[in-house]
Write a protein that binds this ligand. Structure first.
Ligand SMILES: [Zn+2]
Length: 317
């Protein structure tokens, strides 16, 4: 199934396919929550489909049936064995081995690798060799929201398919079709999710929006030196830390813009320092899978408490 905002990317791909110009490897980029996996699956399924010259996978043939059942012998899905962990070299080796075998059902062999930035250094070196010496009729799809975390050597061997954000009207209409949500809540969730509809929908469905209000109150208390950073860092581990920090960044930005409008900026230079601190912590959090998150958040809390904000509750308007 494709999403309404993917039609341009899909059309470009089907043209390539019909002109027999399918690249050996593509990389789908764009913020998380745009349905990258769905698009990748449609691409692989089309290439594998037994109906020639189709503009969409038929859904009926033996190949499509196997794909939909999740056990197509010519297709490989590579993901970390556990969420948040790395993609290992053994997984790439297995793919390599499969790619040298004759295709079973289809004319092609396909693979989806997601999230590509989860590959450890050995895995990406191994993948690079595969990209350098591609086999006939193989098609590899990489998915990443963090292309900057991938080696240039890999990026340069993949055709880029950037997924663009839908207009806010399209996004809101799509979310309204998925459930009974208030428009004001949808708008809030979309802002939080950097306008990615699937990410916004999951915020609306899993109750994250509620805990973010709590996080905002916690943070204010912390800046007033009325909370214990060690205890709070522990409490925050139950949440999605990247989401929390993005949220705080957003709220602080609103506050800074608001202050600027009222020509009040000079009175709150600490807001900028806290803002920098949030950005730095987000970067650290994204840079490694093996980071000690409790310690990172604790350090973050201790450093923001150093700024003289106790008289000025940053996030409460
Ligand atoms: Zn088919």
């Amino acid at each position: 199934m494709l999403y309404p905002w993917q039609s341009a990317s899909w059309q470009r791909f089907t043209q390539q396919y019909q002109q027999q110009r399918v690249p050996h490897a593509v990389i789908l980029t764009g913020v998380s929550g745009l349905g990258q996996s769905a698009l990748a699956e449609q691409m692989a399924m089309l290439v594998l489909c037994e109906v020639q010259d189709a503009t969409a996978p038929c859904g009926q043939c033996h190949s499509c049936q196997l794909f939909l059942a999740g056990n197509h012998p010519d297709h490989t899905l590579i993901s970390p064995e556990e969420t948040g962990k790395q993609i290992k070299i053994e997984q790439i080796r297995e793919l390599k081995h499969k790619q040298t075998l004759t295709a079973n059902v289809s004319q092609w062999k396909t693979a989806i690798l997601t999230p590509a930035e989860a590959m450890n250094i050995n895995a990406s070196n191994s993948l690079l060799k595969l990209l350098e010496e591609p086999q006939q009729n193989t098609f590899i799809i990489l998915i990443t929201a963090e292309p900057a975390h991938l080696p240039i050597t890999i990026l340069s061997r993949c055709q880029k398919v950037p997924l663009t954000l839908p207009s806010s009207e399209t996004a809101i209409a799509w979310i309204q079709d998925q459930g009974n949500f208030e428009k004001i809540e949808i708008t809030k969730a979309l802002t939080m999710a950097k306008s990615a509809p699937l990410a916004a929908l999951s915020l609306l469905s899993d109750g994250s929006l509620d805990y973010l209000e709590q996080v905002s109150r916690d943070f204010t208390t912390l800046l007033q030196h009325k909370a214990n950073p060690v205890q709070l860092a522990q409490q925050w581990q139950q949440y999605d830390l990247k989401l929390i920090l993005n949220y705080l960044q957003l709220r602080l930005k609103e506050r800074i813009v608001d202050n600027t409008k009222h020509q009040n900026l000079r009175s709150n230079p600490q807001n900028w320092q806290i803002y920098d601190c949030i950005i730095k912590t987000i970067k650290l959090l994204s840079s490694s899978n093996n980071i000690n998150k409790v310690l990172l958040i604790e350090q973050f809390m201790v450093s923001v408490m150093d700024y003289p904000t106790s008289q000025n509750a940053v996030l409460n308007q």
